[in-house]
Design a binder for this molecule. Structure first.
Ligand code: SF4
Ligand code: SF4
Length: 296
C-alpha cells in the first residue's frame, strides 16, 4: 500500500507540473489547464506548473475583496471556495498523504539516516494561526489606499513557493538574480530550515505550519472518504501508535485533524482489521466482513 502511495504521490507531481518546456521558453505556463487547481501545496508560479494553487488563490481572493467591493464588483471567488470545499468534503487530508508534492519531499528527507525527534504536540496549533492570520486576516485587513492587499503567506513564508518557483526562476532569469534581495534571502532561510527539520522530524511543515493541511483537517471527521475504527475489533494493542508519521494514536482519536490518511496504521500495524477506509459509510478497504469478538 505504501508503494502505491509513493506512485500516486509521484504521479501528482507530474500532473500538477506538466510543462517541461520551461527551460526553453523561460516563462510560466499560462495555457488552458491552469484553471484546474492542484489539490496539494504546489506553487502557481513554478515554471512547470500546469495548475493553480488553492492557497495562493484564497489569499488573492481576500486581498482583493475590499477593492472589488469598492468597484461594485460581485466577484467573490465562488470557483476557488467551491473547489476547496469539494476537495475537503470529499477527501479531507487524504490529499496531504497522497497528493502533496511538498509532503512527499518531507517524507523523502525523513528517510535519511539521521537522529529523529518528536514534534512538541502544541506546535500543531501553529498551522491554524497561519491559516487565520496569513491567509484571511492580513490579506483582508492590511491593504493599500486602493483597497488591495498582499498574499502574505506566499510572499513571506511559503517554502514550497521558494523551492518550486523562486529558485528555478532565479536560475533561468539573470535580471531576477540581480534583483533578489533580503526578502528572497529570508525565504530561502525558511525553506532551508524546513528541509533541515524534515530530516530529523516527520513532516514538520505539514504538522506545524501548512494552512492548507489545517483547512483539510477540519473535514477529516466528515469527509466522504475517511478512515473508520471498529471498536469491536480493536484490542487496544497500540501497534498503530508506533507507525504513525504524525504521532497520533488512531484508536484513541480516529479521524483526528492531524491524520494525513497515509493508511500505515491500517496496512502495516493493525492485524485485527479494526481500521478500514469507508466511502459514505460503506467499507472500501479491507473487504473482510468476518466478525471478531475479543471480549469474553
Ligand atoms: S493515524 Fe494512521 S492513517 Fe492517520 S497519519 Fe497516522 S498512520 Fe497515517
Ligand atoms: S493496531 Fe488496531 S487493534 Fe491495535 S490499537 Fe490500533 S486499531 Fe486497535
Amino acid at each position: 500500500m505504501q508503494c502505491l502511495r509513493r506512485w500516486v504521490q509521484t504521479i501528482w507531481i507530474f500532473l500538477s507540473n506538466g510543462f517541461w518546456l520551461f527551460p526553453f521558453t523561460r516563462s510560466l505556463y499560462q495555457g488552458p489547464l491552469k484553471i484546474i487547481c492542484a489539490p496539494g501545496l504546489n506553487c502557481y508560479s513554478c515554471p512547470a506548473s500546469t495548475s493553480y494553487c488553492l492557497l495562493g488563490s484564497l489569499q488573492q481572493l481576500f486581498a482583493t475583496i475590499r477593492f472589488n467591493l469598492s468597484m461594485g464588483s460581485s466577484f467573490f471567488g465562488a470557483y476557488v471556495l467551491g473547489s476547496m470545499g469539494i476537495l475537503a468534503a470529499s477527501l479531507g487530508r487524504f490529499i496531504c498523504g497522497w497528493a502533496c508534492p511538498f509532503g512527499l519531499l518531507q517524507e523523502i528527507l525523513y528517510a535519511l539516516p539521521t537522529k529523529k525527534f518528536s514534534i512538541y504536540p502544541s506546535l500543531r496549533y501553529g498551522k491554524y494561526l497561519f491559516l487565520i492570520l496569513f491567509i484571511f486576516f492580513l490579506p483582508l485587513f492590511i491593504v493599500h489606499d486602493n483597497g488591495l492587499g498582499y498574499p502574505w503567506f506566499c510572499k513571506y513564508i511559503c517554502p514550497a513557493g521558494t523551492l518550486e518557483a523562486g529558485l528555478p526562476m532565479l536560475a533561468l532569469t539573470p535580471y531576477l538574480r540581480a534583483a533578489a534581495g533580503l526578502l528572497f534571502l529570508s525565504k530561502l532561510l525558511i525553506l532551508l530550515a524546513y528541509l533541515g527539520w524534515s530530516t530529523c522530524s516527520s513532516r514538520p511543515f505539514c504538522r506545524t505550519t501548512c494552512p492548507l493541511g489545517a483547512f483539510y483537517g477540519l473535514f477529516n471527521r466528515v469527509s466522504l472518504v475517511r478512515l473508520q475504527l471498529d471498536p469491536q475489533r480493536c484490542t487496544n494493542c497500540k501497534a498503530c501508535h508506533s507507525v504513525c508519521p504524525v504521532e497520533i494514536h488512531f484508536n484513541e482519536t480516529p479521524n483526528s485533524p492531524e491524520c494525513i490518511n497515509c493508511l500505515k496504521c491500517m496496512t502495516e500495524a493493525c492485524t485485527f482489521n479494526a481500521i478500514s477506509v469507508d466511502l459514505a459509510g460503506f467499507k472500501l478497504y479491507p473487504h473482510s466482513t468476518q466478525s471478531v469478538n475479543h471480549h469474553p
